[in-house]
Design a protein around this ligand. Sequence first.
Ligand code: ARG
Length: 263
Amino acid sequence: MKKIISVILAVALMAVCFAGCGSQGLTVADIQKAGKLTIATSPDFPPFEYLDENGQPTGIEIEIMELICQELGVELVIEQMNFDSVLPGVQAGKYDVGVSGISVTPDREKNTLFTDPYCLAAQAIVVLNGSPITCKADLEGKTIAVQSGTTAEAYALENGYTFNPYAANTDAQEALLAGKVDAWVIDDLTAAEMVALYNEANPGALVVLGEAMTTEPYAFAFKQGNDELVNAINEIINKLVADGTVAEIFAANNAPYTAPAQG
Ligand code: ARG
């Protein structure tokens, strides 16, 4: 009797799993029914996402998401947070998409479904003018500022560097300026933008070193299982990359564009 009950229970469990596990994901129809796509973003990352003079999120990725939403016929809803809350929030289903200059890594792919990438970026080293650090090898034994939860932090961990994590990129920049750290490791285009802005008022104060340390494709992040929606969004992204729209958005934001590898 006991055996029969446990077999029935096992079969019932499997049935629940078949019904639920495969078809749980968000679809285009779900999003269109809701009339909106909610993105999670950390707007401390110019030129990809930052706050304009009216405190509104703007930037390359916001513009790309606006086009994707237009194409889907839904409204773009923006939720702001620190970078280290973006992926956990998406994985927990609190937000539909993570939009935060997110690099695709094998580690993240274990619990995140990424769209196709729309560009390539790299990590760069920022130092104070006159710093003895002139290349990656000089980081040995130095203290580095990174943003929490980023690939810069993972990079520091993997290479055994001493590092201080900061919730916002602006805090990491301030730590470098205050001499609390020897270098700041951050994505190259954002480094260029933040350093240019700071140096406008303080000429030559901050220096971005020439050596790019990684190659990182940027993509948008979804909860695993949302394949139908992600496939539809991939079609839109690939069209925007192929017809030059993404390159135009970069140019309009004064940022050099590197297309993702084909594949
Ligand atoms: N590309 C890096 C990563 O994926 C840094 C992203 C930081 N983004 C931000 N909006 N602050 O970890």
